[in-house]
Write a protein of this length. Structure first.
Length: 383
């Protein structure tokens, strides 16, 4: 065989090999495309048990209400002192709730967001960058910080205006009082009792003005404290609608397990919110009741929406996967910022009351937080 013939055979072999590899690559790509298409296809829900799905609305509604309103009722049914049994129970509930909030963000929201952002049902633009979940989580934390900065600036302006108004009122009252005292002193020999009465009267008026201004200061401070609770509820209810829709569009073989997990999930999350509502100072029960009710009805509303659209809803569609990924990321950012800044930092690390508490109370607080995080993480296996 000549060298020329060997060369022809060599190049022919290379061409055939490349063709085989190309065919294999094409078949593998086609197979991947088919698998991705199957993964994004709607899954029909056979033997949809409508009665059980409707019943789950009331089960979750009752469980959420129990978890949310139980701490509020324990806190307000009658006065109690520090060291009472109710004080210990509410302390456990408060720090247990902090652990629940942290685990909800780390275990229930962020992993789901990361999984959805890597779904083959998204376009290549979303799949080209693997950290969109962290980006949206970070955006949420930045937005909350800006919100708090704006709120603090607004409160300081209100406080400065109140201070100037109080000084003006006190100045006018003092000038009037001194003038009146001088007038009464000039007639002291005529009516001594009138002088004393007038002086006491005007001093009492000044005290009343100062009392009203002090009340205004307290109201402004309380308004600032409420911001953290509003932010916390925002993050929770965004996630609640999603899990409600997920429950009602889940196949029958997974529905019962998921429902049981969500019962505990909603109860613990309700306790976390209820203990935070106790931190708000309010004159009536309307505000905490309304805020608790807003959380209580969100998951049942999600279940009802899922029941209404279950025949046409595709949880694997592009819009569904993307919406779930973004909302879970934002919710995780909200809860993490609130947990670390408003709860753990302000109530533990930088709280004089916590540092001055007994060792037993500190240990109980930390153990409650760790147990809350652990139980919520365990529930993440199913929900």
């Amino acid at each position: 065989m000549t060298n020329y013939t060997k060369l022809i055979l060599f190049y022919t072999t290379i061409l055939l090999t490349n063709q085989v590899y190309a065919q294999n690559d094409d078949s593998a790509a086609a197979k991947t495309a088919v698998e991705d298409e199957d993964a994004c296809a709607a899954i029909p829900l056979e033997d949809y048990n409508m009665g059980l799905r409707v019943g789950s609305i009331f089960i979750i509604l009752g469980t959420s209400a129990l978890g949310t309103y139980l701490p509020i009722i324990l806190h307000h049914i009658s006065p109690y002192k520090q060291g009472d049994i109710r004080d210990w129970i509410l302390t456990v509930g408060k720090f247990f709730g902090t652990g629940v909030i942290l685990a909800t963000a780390f275990v229930h929201m962020l992993p789901d967001a990361l999984e959805n952002f890597s779904s083959p049902c998204l376009t290549q633009g979303w799949l080209s960058y693997g950290a969109f979940a962290g980006i949206f989580c970070m955006i949420a934390s930045f937005a909350l910080q800006l919100l708090e900065v704006v709120s603090v600036s607004h409160m300081k302006k209100m406080r400065e205006r109140s201070r100037k108004r109080i000084e003006a009122e006190l100045g006018n009252s003092t000038e009037y009082n001194e003038k009146h005292v001088n007038e009464t002193e000039s007639h002291f020999s005529k009516n001594t009792n009138v002088t004393t009465t007038n002086i006491e009267h005007h001093h009492h008026h000044i005290g009343e003005s100062h009392g009203h201004s002090h009340s205004a200061f307290l109201e402004e401070d309380e308004a600032y404290k409420h911001i953290g609770t509003y932010i916390l509820e925002l993050g929770i209810i965004m996630h609640s609608i999603l899990i409600g829709i997920t429950l009602s569009t889940t196949a029958n073989d997974e529905f019962t397990t998921l429902l049981i997990a969500l019962v505990f999930h909603q109860f613990f999350e309700g306790m976390a919110l209820g203990t935070r509502l106790n931190e708000m100072s309010y004159k009536s029960w309307i505000r905490p009741t309304a805020m608790g009710l807003l959380y209580i009805i969100m998951t049942p509303i999600g279940v009802a929406i899922g029941i209404g659209i279950h025949s046409s809803f595709n949880p694997n569609s592009y819009s569904s996967v993307l919406a779930s990924a973004i909302l879970d990321s934002l919710s995780a950012g909200i809860l993490l910022y609130n947990a670390y800044v408003s709860l753990m930092s302000m109530e533990i690390s930088h709280s004089n009351a916590f540092h001055e508490a007994s060792t037993g109370r500190k240990v109980l607080s930390f153990m409650s937080m760790y147990i809350g995080a652990g139980l919520m993480s365990l529930i993440g296996e199913w929900a």
